[in-house]
Ligand binder design. Structure first.
Ligand code: SAH
Length: 262
């Protein structure tokens, strides 16, 4: 068979525009890594441009039909085709401690999970770029004070500088998705260690946004914070009003309050 049959449950929408494929591959700055991992290569429209770069390219693909296609058409990939679910595979088996970049025209049904997994592995991932559903790409890059600003924006921007690069029409896919797509690039900050308890930071951000219409005074009740702290003006705000820096300061105050209490 000459082409992979698109499977809806795997989020398969194959990009048909070579110029856009090249443009996405060219979003990689090549700074700080020598290896790239493409998630969801499908029939390799992006892969062929990655293979032209001074990088070692690995691909990870869940669909065995696509894997067979890649094995037959991209001999240069040789044994660097990983036939696995990215969300379940421990890439450290391959990369050990080496830094690597992530790229892809991602399966949109798991795009947030791909970002969360990248954040977990941030020590090894200096750069991340690729295509999402437009709204998701915008959300990741969004600034405070907007409706779209949320967990994904704060957690990503705590560690990465996020740039929305360009929008892609639904017409350049086969089959066409119902939504437009957006390409973004994340570059890890030079100093990406947070000056607070990182686990508590994740917890505070998630808890606050889980009830995003409430003030922090109400949404953070479960932390059992002392009354004096909850009187601080920041607790009268809603999570979407807080910058990454505000969330860091908030985490620091909460950590201090919790430790002096016991
Ligand atoms: N990059 C290709 C295909 C995009 S469609 C192109 O631009 O044409 C998304 C691809 O992600 C599909 O090939 C799909 O099989 C793959 N995919 C879906 N879920 C995946 C997962 N959990 N791990 C790895 N690949 C996955």
């Amino acid at each position: 068979m000459d082409k992979v049959r698109a499977k809806k449950h795997l989020g398969q929408h194959f990009l048909t525009d070579e110029n856009i494929a090249k443009k996405i591959a060219d979003t990689l700055t090549l700074e700080g890594y020598k290896t790239v991992l493409e998630i969801g290569p499908g029939m390799g429209v992006l892969t062929k441009y990655l293979l032209e770069k001074p990088l070692t390219t690995y691909v990870i693909e869940i669909d065995t039909e696509s894997v067979t296609y890649l094995q037959n058409h991209y001999l240069k990939l040789s044994n660097r085709i990983l036939s696995y679910d990215f969300l379940k595979y421990d890439v450290r088996q391959i990369f050990k401690e080496e830094p690597f970049a992530i790229i892809g025209n991602f399966p949109y049904n798991i795009s947030s999970q791909i970002v969360f997994r990248t954040l977990e592995m941030r020590d090894q991932i200096p750069e991340f770029s690729g295509m999402f559903q437009k709204e998701v790409a915008e959300r990741i890059c969004e600034k405070p004070g907007t409706k779209a600003y949320g967990i994904l924006s704060v957690l990503t921007q705590a560690f990465y500088d996020a740039e929305y690069l360009f929008t892609v029409s639904e017409k350049v896919f086969n089959p066409p998705p119902k939504v437009k797509s957006g390409v973004l690039r994340l570059r890890r900050k030079e100093n990406y260690q947070l000056p607070c308890d990182e686990k508590l930071f994740f917890n505070v951000v998630k808890t606050a946004f889980n009830q995003r219409r409430k003030t922090l005074r109400n949404s953070l009740k479960t932390f059992n914070l002392p009354e004096v702290l909850r009187e601080d003006t920041i607790f009268g705000k809603r999570p979407e009003q807080l910058s990454v820096q505000d969330f860091i300061s908030l985490t620091q105050s909460i950590a201090t309050a919790l430790s002096t209490e016991n």
